[in-house]
Design a protein. Structure first.
Length: 260
């Protein structure tokens, strides 16, 4: 792919200058630490707030370490995904609309290299972000509740990262195909409505990209049917590659729409 190294350096510089390597991991770290700390100090928080009825007593459930990590992943699945999609959805469409892409299209580069450079940088930001989120959640959970089994914890981490690769591929594909507004709506619809549908009626199927975050937790609980897990992971990676291919082809098709 022509010009890939130059494009990759360009994308890394832009991500660094926009502080994406700092503030997005910081958001995930805050999300990761919030549940262990909030649950552990809940009674202290309620007492500090005051205005509780006399004799009020809340019976807190006994939580296992995996319960706290599951709660943190739930935070990543809402606020975390919102942050990632909102940050990346205009990566291609905004450059096309502003005319910046014209400076790239007139050079001897391939559209595959252009798309892949953005995908790799976004994947790197996402990897650092969930590493920060998992690290914060695991640290405070270990300090306050108990330890994890390292093997299943690592497996859960990379399972969730595979899910994020799918999210990034879908987001970039939408950005290559549509304007920023339409791409945002489509990306949010595919990811979040897909999550809602899977939560409501997902019991009727066991293989789906949207099940990977749940399956990552089940790996840690030791309740995972590995056949369903491997099929879901394989299908997710295949769909991710398909979305990347469609994104690169759509970028080439929409090149004449670039503002001059």
């Amino acid at each position: 792919m022509r010009g890939f190294t130059v494009l990759l350096q360009k994308e890394f510089r832009e991500a660094w200058r926009s502080w994406k390597f700092l503030w997005i991991p910081l958001v995930f770290a805050l999300l990761g630490m919030s549940d262990p700390l909030t649950n552990y100090y809940m009674m202290d928080i309620l007492n500090a707030v005051g205005n509780l009825p006399e004799g009020f007593e809340m019976l807190m459930p006994e939580l296992m370490p995996v319960d706290l990590l599951q709660a943190s992943i739930g935070q990543f699945q809402t606020i975390g995904l919102l942050v990632l999609i909102a940050s990346f959805v205009g990566a291609i469409s905004k450059e096309r609309a502003s005319g910046m892409a014209t400076l790239l299209y007139v050079r001897p580069i391939s559209f595959g290299a252009y798309f892949m450079s953005k995908f790799i940088v976004m994947s790197t930001v996402s990897l650092i972000s969930i590493l920060a989120g998992f690290a914060a959640s695991v640290y405070y959970t270990v300090v306050l509740y108990g330890t994890f089994e390292i093997g299943t914890l690592i497996a859960s981490f990379f399972t969730y990262f595979s899910w994020l690769l799918f999210v990034i591929a879908v987001t970039l594909m939408m950005s290559a195909a549509f304007t920023t507004v339409v791409a945002t709506a489509c990306a949010f619809a595919v990811i979040f409505i897909g999550q809602i549908v899977d939560a409501l009626i997902g019991a009727f199927w066991t293989i789906s990209p949207w099940k990977l975050p749940v399956y990552g937790v089940q790996l840690m609980r030791g309740t995972m049917d590995m056949s369903d897990y491997w099929w879901s992971l394989s299908i997710t990676l295949v769909i991710t590659i398909i979305c990347m291919s469609i994104g690169a082809l759509t970028m080439k098709k929409n090149a004449p729409m670039t503002k001059i």
